[in-house]
Design a protein around this ligand. Structure first.
Ligand SMILES: *Cc1c(COP(=O)(O)O)cnc(C)c1O
Length: 430
């Protein structure tokens, strides 16, 4: 077979039809709105960047608007889902998604803000132990946060921020991270790493990294932006110290929606950690007494600063209900099949084009629902052509197109159609 022949296309479509027919989550697609393209819908592969809108979001948000209209401040207690303890509903589903106990998680703020808050609590430098390890080519926001936080605390990031580069290839591997942790030993205060790397879509082995950090007396914190709702997480059992995330990527909670935090239960009542506190983190029984002395509530909820952001949380609630209905096991199962099929199709399209390659690891347990395709030439033009054809993928400078089929709403037929469009576009750049 040569690239994109009619025969190859028919084969992809037949494979896709068979897999769609046996897909336990096939009907979930109907629960989402797809962006428009011409008179129809776009092909959407950007759930790793901004998840699609569940159709129930408008109902949930509208109900809060109605209750605000009808009750004013009384809505804190009288609305259908009282705002006073609105955040509490999220503990169970978030705990399930990140592998935690309900009191270890809370939705609040946004990812980068939460990273600063966690640094305020968990970065406890001493003259000997004050280094923070990150990986090279990390998402800029995380880097900026660590760099500026170090400076804020009186350290020179050039000295105190250690970036692990790759010993071979282009991205630091788990082994590279482990080796650096051991080298840094007692000078290492903390490791901060993305659970799934935004650029190449590879997973970090969080369990092993956490153990290695603890062995040298350091802490381990993770950015789960690309991991939450995408890969299996067992934060509690892995003994992770803290983690932060956003919810607008795989969790489909809407642009700029509320992020979240995990703090391990071992810190639930600790009085030795610093906190930047606010009234919502105070014990619920005395919160409205507005006492002058801060008494943090048990668990991660004690890190809350402000009262719950009900409107974006209403969108998140609608979305998390879809996740709970689908069940994480079924989501992960479909993720592997869908990503595997995308890999097959992309490899067949690439064929002998040596200037195109997949830089995401081929092993299922080392990736999630994203493949990053690298182009040594014409990448941006190919991306623009795909967009023009109504195929929404994303471009990451300098040379990658990221394609992410989301198990909740992408079908195998979507992937087959992507293969057809991709091979059409490539004929221009042979
Ligand atoms: C998407 C993403 C962010 C986004 O941070 P916000 O504070 O939510 O804007 C941060 N870090 C990583 C690794 C990301 O992928």
């Amino acid at each position: 077979m040569t690239n994109g022949t009619e025969q190859q296309r028919m084969h992809w479509k037949a494979q896709a039809a068979a897999m769609d027919a046996s897909d336990a989550l096939a009907s979930f697609r109907e629960k989402f709105y797809f962006p428009k393209h011409g008179d129809g819908s776009a092909l959407y592969f950007c759930g790793n960047s901004l998840g699609l809108q569940p159709k129930t979001v408008e109902i949930y948000v509208q109900e809060e608007l109605d209750d605000w209209r009808d009750y004013g401040v009384e809505g804190h207690f009288l609305s259908r889902r009282p705002w006073y303890d609105y955040h509490q509903w999220f503990a169970e589903p978030l705990a399930e998604i990140v592998g935690a106990k309900p009191h270890e998680v809370v939705p609040m703020n946004t990812l980068t803000v939460n990273l600063h808050l966690m640094l305020a609590s968990f970065y406890m430098p001493t003259p000997e132990r004050h280094k923070i390890l990150i990986v090279s080519k990390e998402f800029p926001s995380d880097r900026y946060a660590v760099e500026t936080h170090l400076r804020f605390r009186g350290y020179d990031p050039d000295e105190a921020m250690v970036e692990v580069g790759p010993s071979s290839g282009e991205f630091a591997s788990t082994d590279d991270v482990l080796n650096t942790i051991r080298e840094l030993g007692s000078s290492l205060a903390m490791v901060i790493i993305s659970g799934v790397h935004f650029y190449n879509g590879s997973r970090a082995d969080m369990e092993t990294i956490t153990r290695a950090a603890h062995e040298v007396g350091a802490l381990a914190g993770y950015d789960l932006a690309h991991a939450i709702g995408n890969i299996e997480l067992k934060l509690h059992d892995w003994d992770v110290d803290f983690a932060v995330w956003c919810t607008y990527k795989y969790l489909n909670s809407g642009p700029g929606s509320v992020g979240g935090v995990f703090v391990h239960e071992q810190y639930a009542q600790t009085s030795t950690l610093n906190r930047l506190a606010g009234w919502w983190g105070n014990e619920e029984s005395t919160r409205f007494e507005l006492a002058q002395k801060f008494r943090p509530t048990f668990g991660t909820a004690g890190w809350q600063l402000s009262n719950a952001q009900v409107l974006p949380l209403a969108a998140m609630r609608a979305s998390l209900e879809v996740f709970m209905e689908a069940g994480m096991e079924r989501i992960f199962h479909k993720r592997d099949n869908l990503t595997g099929f995308l890999e097959q199709v992309v490899l067949e399209v690439i064929g002998k084009h040596e200037w195109i390659s997949i830089i995401t690891p081929p092993e299922k347990h080392q990736r999630g629902a994203q493949l990053s395709i690298r182009f040594t030439r014409n990448g941006k033009e190919i991306y623009n052509d795909l967009l023009g054809l109504g195929c929404i993928v994303d471009w990451r400078s300098p040379d990658v197109i990221r394609v992410s089929p989301a198990p909740l709403y992408n079908s195998f037929t979507d992937v087959a159609e992507f293969g057809c469009l991709f091979s059409d576009v490539l004929t221009k750049y042979q």
